[in-house]
Ligand binder design. Structure first.
Ligand SMILES: [Zn+2]
Ligand SMILES: [Zn+2]
Length: 218
């Protein structure tokens, strides 16, 4: 089973994929399922779930919350997480039966670190950390996996795709039960960050860019 556990639709301010485009891209990539994790909204996840009529394909409803310490991924939630405080976010997600992972914990732009606290201070409070993120430089991903290895922290993975062509380029592989296997550290992380790097640059372009033309060049 292959899942891309981090994706965005047009309901994220920086996202370009319509819900149907994201669903098609995920199925075309040969995934067993996708987690839709828009920034601070459940709209995209709920739309994609509703659109999916394939019983063999799973849509995991999620959200990437912009917390005061950095981005936090909450999975298997159905209602928007309202708080911005890290501890309250974890509580809110768990009260909905959710699973919590810290997005791209070592992503850094120049001197600007996205995670505002040492990872060690909060990693024990969540279910997992993102060990492979499609829009994060490989050495920053490696740092996350080294932390996970050293501390026995479970890891998740996802493309962080904001365009359809990024979807499924990073994925997590499980045998039977994704969430149990993540917790037991029995999953494998796969993929390349190159499409994500292209996507990251393209995100700087305005939204009127034509997706049909983009598909031809990517
Ligand atoms: Zn993020
Ligand atoms: Zn993201």
């Amino acid at each position: 089973m292959r899942f891309d556990l981090h994706s965005h639709t047009k309901y994220s301010a920086c996202g370009y994929s319509k819900p149907e485009q994201l669903l098609n891209a995920a199925k075309k990539a040969g995934l067993s399922g996708i987690a839709v994790t828009d920034h601070d909204t459940m709209k995209g996840a709920l739309r994609v779930k509703k659109l999916n009529k394939d019983k063999d394909f799973e849509v995991i409803t999620g959200i990437e919350v912009s917390s005061t310490v950095g981005h936090i991924l909450c999975y298997n939630v159905s209602e928007r997480i309202k708080s911005r405080d890290f501890h309250e976010i974890v509580d809110e997600a768990r009260s909905q039966g959710g699973f919590v992972s810290i997005s791209h914990p070592f992503r850094q732009y120049a001197f600007f670190k996205m995670l505002k606290v040492p990872l060690g201070d909060i990693a024990g409070k969540v279910d997992a950390i993102e060990g492979l993120n499609g829009r994060t430089f490989f050495w920053q991903n490696k740092k996350a996996r080294m932390f996970a290895e050293k501390n026995g922290t479970p890891v998740t993975a996802g493309s962080d795709g904001h365009f359809p062509f990024e979807i499924g380029k990073v994925y997590i592989e499980a045998k039977n039960n994704l969430w149990k296997e993540i917790k037991k550290r029995k999953v494998k992380l796969h993929g390349t960050t190159l499409p994500g790097m292209i996507g990251e640059v393209m995100s700087a372009y305005p939204k009127y860019i034509c997706l049909k033309c983009l598909r031809k060049i990517t």
